[in-house]
Design a protein around this ligand. Sequence first.
Ligand code: SF4
Ligand code: FES
Length: 248
Amino acid sequence: MDLTLKIWRQKGPQDKGSLVDYKVKDISEHMSFLEMMDVLNEQLVNSGDEPVAFDHDCREGICGMCSLYINGEAHGPDREITTCQLHMRTFKDGDTIYIEPWRATAFPIIKDLVVDRMAMERIQQAGAYVSVNTSGNTQDANAIPISKHAADEAMDAAACIGCGACIATCKNSSAMLFVGAKVAQFALLPQGQVEATDRVLNMVHQMDLEGFGNCTNIGACEVECPKGISLENIARLNREYLKASVKG
Ligand code: SF4
Ligand code: FES
């Protein structure tokens, strides 16, 4: 396949940035999208140009690093996959592909397609953990009964890889699906009850401090989430927040 790529180039946080056209030739349909980007970068390096900066790590849908807006959709046109799992067979010879970074006030651009997602880390640091008794009499986790239903729901919420596609997709740049998944994961399990009140209050407080918008129930986040995180988690977040606010 021969393709035209329109890629967001921006030298640094203060640079204005713009879309720049590139041509790539003989791209195999079996390549992943990131391999196609590698081909382009090799081409640029060979001609003495600056390669395009983009985030990636595991390249198997686990780490949440690959964060590209492709043809106006977070992680591209396919459903429930990350950018690194997107294959070039999704495109046709002669296609023009627009490649842009995540856009949100809380995600400042560092360079080209790389954005700073530390805001999400700070929300996690505010409460997405459990205290573990390490004094030598720790209870075996397997000895704590958990219903199958709660275990399944907690596991589904824990599938969130913190990629930020939900935020980039939301017209309000809301982080509610991400925070909902993190809160629900612990709220459903007995191990998560010790910090339950502080967790939800602190995480929501941090989310507001970081400049994420509010949820207006559009549901685009759920559609674009590569891990199929359900809107149910936002409902659970709201319930947990209300419960914690009443408690104090
Ligand atoms: S909820 Fe989905 S889209 Fe949002 S950060 Fe988690 S995995 Fe990514
Ligand atoms: S590079 Fe790790 S999820 Fe895509």
